[in-house]
Design a protein around this ligand. Structure first.
Ligand SMILES: [Zn+2]
Ligand SMILES: [Zn+2]
Ligand SMILES: [Zn+2]
Length: 256
């Protein structure tokens, strides 16, 4: 399977509007981070995890022409607000979006017209597919398991497919529930906001510590803010953990 990082920034994106810090002014294109999302392609099927505000720009940049579904981690604006642009994928029937019931209930409240039984012509027509914590399901031919994680006080969704997992906006792995679900993960994409502690996001150090407990062989940080530049993260954490960047493509095994 191929993973394309569509966005790797925290909720503000990088650069932050109005900020003149060294990272926001960096000439390195890897310091330009849109809101976090990935594209997963199996050859036959493809899907994205989350649709932030820049979903349209990300889809155009990655050359996306078809999707079999969208998986939502949670309903925060930086993961959701591109939903309206899914309309192009529902021209010949309802397009499935997957997530926890708590997430999809909020998505339906924010975008009621996308789930209406008599949709406005041209509006997205989506089908909310509720997934339970720990449940296995497929999008096209891509198998997933939903792994619950804590994001501050909220239980949100991480997703595993084969030996790779995507856990963003995480502040606690809930080890006692997830040890079996996380066993055998080799490639881990994990949210790491910055160096200073944050109540609802891992720091770089906390993310690396969690990755080592999981036993991951390779780690990619995502959901990064403007306090730390790409080259700084690479210097400190590579080769075990690397800073993902917008446009980065990696191959992962689809075997468990
Ligand atoms: Zn976020
Ligand atoms: Zn800045
Ligand atoms: Zn969030």
């Amino acid at each position: 399977m191929r993973i394309v990082f569509l966005g790797t920034g925290t909720s503000h994106g990088v650069p932050v509007i109005g900020c003149s810090c060294s990272v926001c002014c960096s000439p390195d294109p890897r310091d330009k981070r849109m809101r976090s999302s990935i594209l997963i392609e199996s050859g036959r099927s493809s899907c994205v995890i989350d649709t932030g505000c820049e979903f349209r720009m990300q889809a155009l940049r990655a050359g996306i022409t078809h999707l079999d579904g969208v998986l939502y981690t949670h309903s925060h604006a930086d993961h959701l607000m591109g939903l309206d642009d899914l309309r192009v994928f529902s021209s010949d029937g309802r397009f499935p979006v997957y997530g926890l019931k708590s997430t999809l209930d909020k998505v339906k409240r924010i975008f009621p017209y996308a789930f209406a039984s008599l949709p406005y012509k041209g509006a997205p027509q989506l089908e909310a597919v509720e997934i339970e914590e720990g449940e296995s399901f497929s999008v096209g031919d891509i198998p997933f398991t939903l792994i619950p994680v804590m994001h501050g006080m909220m239980r949100i969704a991480g997703y595993r497919s084969g030996s790779f997992a995507y856990l963003t906006d995480v502040s606690d792995i809930i080890w006692e529930e997830n040890s079996r679900r996380l066993s055998g993960i080799r490639t881990l994409i994990i949210g790491a906001l910055r160096d200073r502690p944050h109540w609802s996001h891992f720091t770089f150090e906390e993310a690396v510590k969690a990755a080592r407990v999981i036993g991951a062989e390779k780690v990619y940080f995502t959901h990064i803010n403007h306090e730390t530049g790409y080259s700084d993260i690479q210097r400190r954490f590579a080769p075990y953990a690397e800073s993902a960047y917008d446009g980065l493509e990696i191959e992962v095994s689809d075997e468990n």
